[in-house]
Design a protein. Structure first.
Length: 362
């Protein structure tokens, strides 16, 4: 029976392509984690991340889960990048659909002013600087709008990190070949896209790795992470510093709901969520952050409040989301954080026992 289910889970995927997933309107983790302090994020499109760390993580994901042919079609290696000043100018020209070869004097001033470039050059010098520093870069970006553009150094670093995931004994089983998967009666799916509901609110998630053990009828979800924390630091603080606790909660809860809605896989049990991490500053071994059932429930029920973090429980964020969506439906366009809205702007300071001086209350 299990052998007959091979390939069936892939057919259940909610979105046929990543573009369909990106363009869908369901709630995502990246928005959910921000709405407690920034509810206005629900009013508009979230800006596409361009930071180097995000590009690096995306590149590592590609190296782990895409074929070499797909990577060639998605990535351009280029070592010409203008200075930060002229990169900002080039981005501004692209975002505002200006013609770099035909900028008027007024547009020249606009470009420099709106990118914070404070120079005393005259218009002719400013124009020539743009032509010299930005033309090639703008052409590259326009010709490869649907691709990731990275330097050869960044590509080599990403390849090194990806190889740690692929070859280390702690993680290589997540990337075993099709033949090995069949021998072990498992399936491994990458970038698996699902939609589901929590409290009648539509969500979407893309899971980096899911391992389906057909023999044991168990499904293991994983998320791949890279970053500039040391491995031990990632294990002890990442869930809170980067709000990964919400991702862990949503992805496991969402996958569980998704599986329960499937007749063929309703007897399969979703296992604990795990983050798999390789440090860019110490890319010698991976670490695996296991979110057990106790911590999963803690993320939902308790959140974290101490002298470093104020992270509401997932259940409180869901309440916040429901209330804020209702306000939007009623036509409100100015959105304060939900807890402040409910309490007319008042916040009660609570005692923080982690920051108490010894003997303070003796």
């Amino acid at each position: 029976m299990e052998e007959n289910l091979r390939g069936a889970f892939k057919q259940l995927e909610s979105f046929p392509t990543e573009e369909d997933y990106r363009n869908s309107k369901e709630m995502s983790y990246s928005i959910f984690k921000e709405l407690y302090d920034n509810p206005e994020i629900l009013l508009g499109e979230k800006e596409e991340k361009k930071e180097e760390w995000f590009v690096f993580g995306t590149l590592v994901d590609m190296l782990l889960t895409d074929s070499a042919v797909n990577i060639d079609n998605k990535v351009v290696i280029n070592d010409f990048v203008p200075s930060d000043q002229f990169k900002a100018i080039a981005d501004y020209i692209l975002e505002n659909d200006l013609n770099v070869l035909e900028l008027s004097d007024a547009q020249i001033e606009e470009v420099y002013t709106n990118t914070g470039s404070k120079v005393n050059w005259g218009i002719p010098v400013k124009r020539q600087k743009i032509l010299d520093s930005c033309t090639q870069y703008i052409t590259l970006l326009r010709d490869n709008a649907d691709k990731i553009i990275v330097s050869s150094i960044l590509f080599e670093e990403a390849t090194k990190v990806a190889n740690v995931f692929l070859t280390h004994r702690w993680t290589r089983d997540l990337f075993m070949s099709e033949v090995e998967q069949k021998v072990n009666n498992i399936e491994i799916l990458y970038q698996y896209k699902i939609k589901y509901k929590i409290r009648d609110i539509p969500f979407r998630s893309m899971l980096d790795v899911i391992v389906i053990d057909h023999g044991a009828k168990k499904i293991y979800p994983y998320d791949i992470k890279t970053g500039s924390d040391y491995p031990r630091t990632f294990l002890t603080t990442a869930c809170y510093r980067y709000k990964y606790m919400y991702q862990a909660y949503l992805y496991k809860e969402g996958l569980t709901a998704f599986v329960e809605d499937s007749i063929a896989f309703k007897d399969y049990e979703v296992q604990d969520f795990r983050f798999v991490y390789v440090s860019r500053i110490k890319p010698t071994y991976p670490v695996i952050l296991h979110i057990n059932e106790y911590m999963h429930e803690s993320f939902y029920q308790q959140g974290l409040y101490n002298n470093r973090y104020e992270l509401p429980a997932a259940k409180d964020l869901l309440l916040c989301l429901t209330g804020t969506l209702k306000r939007i439906q009623e036509g409100e366009t100015i959105l304060e954080p939900y807890d402040l809205y409910k309490n007319h702007g008042e916040y009660t300071l609570e005692l923080d026992i982690t920051n108490m001086a010894d003997g303070m209350f003796c």
